[in-house]
Design a protein. Structure first.
Length: 340
């Protein structure tokens, strides 16, 4: 039996050595190692041998299979290398032919703007907080000092779903959810980015858009902290030469409240059609957290103070990228999106 195996191996080695192409080599692999190959048939015949002979013969056959398999692999590498060298020596490459264009994906301008905003506030020590887009009226209005008959509820033109359930009109409910989930009077410094929903649709309003809400609560927080934080943000996102001003305003959840304006990105404060010839553009709302908001969410307004702000991401993106219609962001026109 050992002589028969040796004869098979010698024959295989000679044939492998003289093989000139990969197809012939594959045929040899099947002939010797395939399901009906010579060595495979020998293994199947082990059952006809005595118990003493089976281990020895099985070992010889396996050694032969490993030897032939190794030589087949080496020969295959050699043949493929030869084929490649022959191909390269006979074929010419026309380097004047145009290449195959590769289409690469890009980050949507809204997502890019959102990431830029987040990075700025992360650098200022803020952390990220999230909340549900389908919200309860309690968190969207009640815990934020919106009285039941307050006209501000009508101003936000809410999508009500059923009973007290609605699509959130701002990311401010994350304020209430964060404060009420913490041990009372725990310091807070968060931003809450996300989608919000209102019944608006025109060149500057969309039924769905993105906001970033910010909240800082701690002992001794002042309006000066608010001004410094937002001034740093505006100059980082729009440029160091950006001028910032605060105007008195009203929001139910802050007191005092302020609108934040920047010098017009189009005319740099000289006056143009975009800024209605005032030289200023409104970009976000802000203010000191109303004591009623702190109280309704378990904080002591005698010990803790804070500030909050909120901005529309689309508004920031439109100003940075000089886009005049918010609807362009959602039409999925590749020609528009590829510009960014």
């Amino acid at each position: 039996m050992q002589e028969k195996i040796s004869t098979i191996v010698a024959s295989a080695l000679e044939q492998i050595k003289n093989t000139s192409n990969v197809k012939q080599l594959q045929d040899l692999r099947v002939e010797y190692l395939g399901k009906k190959g010579e060595l495979t048939l020998l293994l199947r015949a082990l059952g006809t041998l005595s118990p003493e002979e089976r281990p020895k013969v099985g070992g010889w056959v396996n050694e032969a299979k490993e030897q032939i398999s190794g030589l087949l692999d080496e020969k295959q590498i050699e043949l493929k290398k030869n084929e490649l060298e022959e191909k390269l020596s006979t074929e010419t490459l026309d380097i004047s032919l145009p290449g195959i264009p590769v289409s690469t994906g890009k980050i949507h301008p809204i997502i890019q703007t959102l990431r830029d905003i987040e990075d700025i506030f992360f650098g200022l020590g803020f952390s990220l907080a999230n909340g549900p887009e389908m919200e309860l009226e309690e968190y969207n209005f009640d815990r934020l000092n919106f009285l039941k008959d307050h006209p501000a509820r009508d101003m936000q033109d809410t999508f009500f779903i059923e009973g007290p359930v609605l699509l959130r009109t701002h990311t401010s409910p994350v304020q209430a959810r964060t404060l009420s989930s913490l041990t009372p009077d725990t310091p807070v410094r968060i931003i809450a980015p996300g989608k919000v929903f209102r019944r608006d649709y025109d060149a500057t309003h969309s039924p769905m858009f993105h906001q970033v809400e910010g909240l800082v609560v701690d002992k001794g927080i002042t309006f000066g902290d608010l001004k410094g934080t937002l001034a740093a943000f505006c100059k980082t996102i729009f440029g160091d030469d950006t001028q910032v001003r605060f105007r008195p305003s009203f929001f139910p959840f802050t007191e005092p409240s302020a609108e934040v304006d920047i010098s017009c990105v189009m005319c740099h404060g000289n006056g143009c059609r975009v800024c209605s010839h005032t030289g200023w553009l409104e970009i976000l709302g802000s203010g000191m957290v109303h004591p009623n908001v702190l109280k309704s969410n378990g904080y002591n307004p005698e010990k803790m103070t804070g500030f909050a702000f909120g901005m529309g991401v689309e508004r920031i993106a439109m100003l940075r990228m000089k886009i005049n219609d918010i609807r362009l962001f959602y039409e999925n026109d590749i020609r528009f999106l590829q510009q960014f």
